[in-house]
Design a protein. Structure first.
Length: 338
């Protein structure tokens, strides 16, 4: 237009335009089932995850074969399900939601698959621990035995699940896990191992929350995190990446979410789409394991464990098990009443 008119042209790209410009993370549903033997020993877990698949629409040639070689799978929509816990039996099914696929163009969001898969895995692991009458941290440490495929491999996953267990032990100590808290407050924990098994950054997070029982409003008081990314090349950059990742994890856990209406996102500006504000930023305690292992990334791993840590903390605060993201006050109230 500027060339045609011979004059400068000002283009105003509004927030409403921007909200319709990109592709959204697909709505998703996960289902878990755990099985015990006659002696009440955990024998296995089944995990099914259904969502619209970004790779199917935008780059189908990148999709690998399924285990049975009968179809293709969007690994970006199921990564994180191949976690580092040792289980006698573990079955995972990745399911394409054809309705979601036809309704909008599914896209990738920071942390990709583990950003939402980790919410399901770590929330369910907490439920299994409580069902067994075990401390959730001790339960996880028992399953992070680094046996078999979970032993890790060189160069990027040296130590395997042992390093994930190490950050969990460290974050327990830093957050004073198990201490007595005031009424309606709770600690919750979760672990994560990066975007892919082939590029893990071992992390553990403890969330300290307060729940208003009259409204269901959740206030995150503190997030404590320990990260093992191998050699920390740039300490200031590592801290900044992790702070930003964890705060966005918090934002998506409690604040960010919209609906699809008439093929478009329903919330198109910041008056109704309300991400984390400065006055909701909690105290943060972030530390890094000092070692000489292969350096891995920090741009996405800090996101993953925050939401399940918050959900698990809500349960420990008021006994309410929330299963939807974002965690709205009404959902907390419903869970409390149930």
């Amino acid at each position: 237009t500027a060339q045609a008119t011979g004059k400068p042209v000002k283009l105003v790209f509004t927030r409403e335009d921007d909200s319709r410009f990109d592709c959204i993370r697909s709505p998703s549903v996960q289902h878990f089932a755990a099985y015990w033997d006659a002696d009440d020993a955990l024998q296995g877990i089944e995990h099914a995850a259904a969502a619209g698949w970004p790779t199917l629409t935008m780059a189908p040639g990148f999709m690998p074969d399924s285990v049975d070689k009968k179809t293709k799978v969007d690994s970006f929509s199921i990564s994180g399900a191949d976690h580092w816990y040792s289980l006698n039996n573990h079955r995972v099914r990745a399911i394409n939601n054809t309705l979601a696929q036809k309704t909008f163009v599914p896209g990738w969001l920071r942390a990709v698959g583990p950003g939402w898969i980790g919410w399901g895995v770590e929330s369910f692991m907490d439920e299994v621990a409580h069902a067994q009458g075990e401390d959730p941290a001790s339960f996880r440490l028992r399953l992070l035995d680094a046996k078999g495929k979970n032993a890790g491999k060189a160069p990027e996953a040296v130590g395997g699940a042992k390093r994930l267990a190490n950050v969990l032990r460290e974050v327990k100590a830093k957050a004073n896990w198990g201490r007595k808290l005031p009424e309606n407050e709770g600690l919750g924990l979760a672990v994560a191992a990066g975007q892919e098994r082939t590029m893990p950054t071992w992390s553990a997070c403890v969330a300290h929350v307060r729940v208003d029982p009259s409204s269901g409003k959740v206030t995150v008081l503190k997030l404590t995190s320990v990260m093992d990314c191998g050699i920390v090349v740039h300490p200031d950059g590592a801290l900044a990446q992790t702070e930003g990742a964890m705060l966005w994890g918090l934002s998506m856990a409690l604040h960010e979410g919209t609906a699809i209406k008439d093929g478009q996102v329903a919330d198109r500006n910041l008056n109704t789409y309300t991400p984390l504000r400065m006055n909701d930023v909690p105290e943060m305690d972030i530390s890094f394991v000092q070692n000489t292992e292969f350096p891995t990334g920090l741009g996405e791993p800090g996101v993953i464990a925050v939401a399940p840590a918050i959900g698990n903390a809500i349960f420990n605060a008021v006994g309410a098990r929330v299963r939807n993201l974002p965690i709205r006050p009404a959902d907390v109230k419903t869970a409390m009443n149930a």
